[in-house]
Design a protein around this ligand. Structure first.
Ligand code: F0G
Length: 473
């Protein structure tokens, strides 16, 4: 499939003028309220124009993240009642271990409190100071743990990933030439592992193809370099493989997921995303010696190796969530809802990252506010304006998230300056998507008068969470 010819089908086209619908009905509701304009103005000022610092009671539709915000099923809630809160050897751990082995195919499992707990362990265990960690675009916490372990992250994603208008069907792919060039330059022994993510969050939820991971495996095998997978949104990645790689058109998501994982040596997981729980994570590897090391480390940083920071009940809900997360009808509705929002915005010519990815619609703040220089934080401005307009909360994914270069201390200037409208799983309806699209349109129509921001407080690590801003007069 070439760049030029690829256009993702609407769900209607795909299923022959038949719509998809969610494979569930709603049993319980949580009331939400639109804060008044005056409340929104005050809240935004008090939050230093950072949507992470807004109290959620003053948010109407919360599209900050898909992390930990999913609705659990009745089966998962029932599983919560089966918690075995034994300190050691909880039966829920064995259920979780079995679910990961069954659906992801890895041999050894280490539970962690959430994804970054797993990232910490794998980075400390596998990176020697001075080594390089090539990956298909950085993620904030992932790269920081790699740097804290003494590693240097090197972006080896294909160029198309940095271009929000490229219609490449697999913008998450690793550029094997870039990886080869790094190997030639520093030597294979200086490469700790390849850090592969599917889908790629910071690129717009873009997928990696099966043929890419297969070729990556072959290249890495030539040099003895391991591949570790950030499996956080890998079930969603499997949907795109099913849709866009002919050989997989008739394969269930569950099979595609397992086939993909088989090309990697292990994975870490933020179970708060794909796996449909509010808290949890895990690390899985195939190598017995590495497992031994990780299992020893987890007791220092997370908890005993049969709970790793999770309550027994949370592990049980997670085991059920894993099985639900790989169902074809679930993933179809999940990605379908994200795409529905993307199509509304596309119809109004609002600049977004194309093609629409798995977990979110990303607004292109560079094109939205072409008059604002990047060091006036266009994406931060856009997230603030959207909240002000409608009480909808989104997230900056641009220069603030990219942080500073640890060597020079300067801002890193990423090519992508985005605002993420992240869709929680099984939480909002299509009407919420309509309201969201209309709010974005209103902010877009008012773009010419919009002014930039100045950063007035900057924390040392992961500054986007707690930084504060003021409008430039
Ligand atoms: N990897 C990816 C690709 C992620 O998106 C996240 C979290 C993590 C690792 C870390 O996992 O939060 O459980 O510690 N992403 C959230 C987000 C925070 O909003 O995208 P965690």
């Amino acid at each position: 499939m070439s760049d030029q010819t690829f256009r993702p089908m609407t769900m209607g086209q795909q299923f022959g003028r038949r719509s998809w619908a969610e494979p569930w009905k709603i049993k319980m509701v949580e009331p939400i309220r639109i804060p008044t304009r005056a409340e929104r103005e005050q809240a935004l000022r008090e939050a230093g124009y950072n949507t992470f610092l807004l109290p959620s009671d003053l948010v109407y539709i919360d599209l900050l993240t898909d992390s930990g915000t999913s609705a659990m099923s009745d089966r998962q809630w029932a599983a919560m009642m089966l918690g075995d809160e034994a300190y050691a050897g909880s039966r829920n751990f064995y259920h979780l271990e079995e679910a990961i082995q069954t659906y992801y195919g890895y041999r050894y499992i280490v539970p962690t409190h959430q994804g970054r707990g797993a990232e910490h362990l794998i980075s400390q265990a596998c990176i020697k100071p001075g080594q390089y960690v090539p990956g298909n675009m950085y993620f904030t916490t992932t790269r920081l743990h790699q740097e804290l372990a003494g590693g240097t992250f090197v972006d080896v994603i294909i160029d198309e990933a940095h271009d929000p208008t490229s219609m490449h069907p697999f913008k998450g792919n690793v550029d094997l030439n870039k990886l080869q060039a790094l190997i030639d330059e520093v030597g294979a022994a200086q490469i700790a592992y390849v850090s592969l993510a599917g889908t790629v969050n910071m690129a717009g939820g873009q997928p990696v193809s099966m043929s890419n991971v297969r070729a990556l495996r072959a290249l890495c095998d030539r040099y003895g370099i391991p591949i570790y997978l950030d499996a956080t949104r890998m079930a969603e990645n499997a949907f795109f493989i099913q849709e866009r790689e002919e050989a997989y058109a008739d394969k269930p998501i569950a099979d595609i997921l397992k086939d993909f994982c088989a090309y990697t040596d292990g994975a870490w997981m933020s179970a708060k995303k794909d796996n449909l729980v509010n808290i949890g994570g895990w690390l899985a590897v195939n190598d017995a010696d590495l497992f031994d090391q990780l299992r020893n480390m987890v007791v220092i940083f997370e908890g005993l190796h049969t709970y790793g920071g999770m309550a027994g009940r949370d592990m049980e809900a997670l085991a059920v969530g894993i099985a639900e997360s790989v169902q074809d009808d679930h993933i179809t509705a999940r990605v379908g809802q994200v795409r529905y929002l993307g199509e509304l915005l596309t119809d109004w010519d609002i600049p977004i990252v194309q093609p629409v990815g798995g977990h979110a619609v990303f607004l292109d703040a560079k094109r939205f506010y072409a008059h604002l220089p990047q060091d006036q934080f266009p994406a931060q401005v856009l997230a603030a304006q959207l909240y002000l307009d409608s009480g909808i909360r989104s997230m900056e994914r641009g220069i603030v998230s990219a942080g500073r270069d640890p060597e020079t201390g300067d801002h890193r200037y990423p090519r992508l300056e985005l605002v993420r409208l992240t869709i929680p799983r099984r939480v909002y309806t299509q009407a919420h998507m309509d309201v969201t699209a209309e709010a974005v349109k209103a902010v877009y129509d008012a773009r010419a008068e919009t002014k930039g921001l100045r950063m007035v407080y900057e924390p040392k690590y992961l500054r986007f969470f707690q930084a504060r801003f003021e409008p430039i007069a």
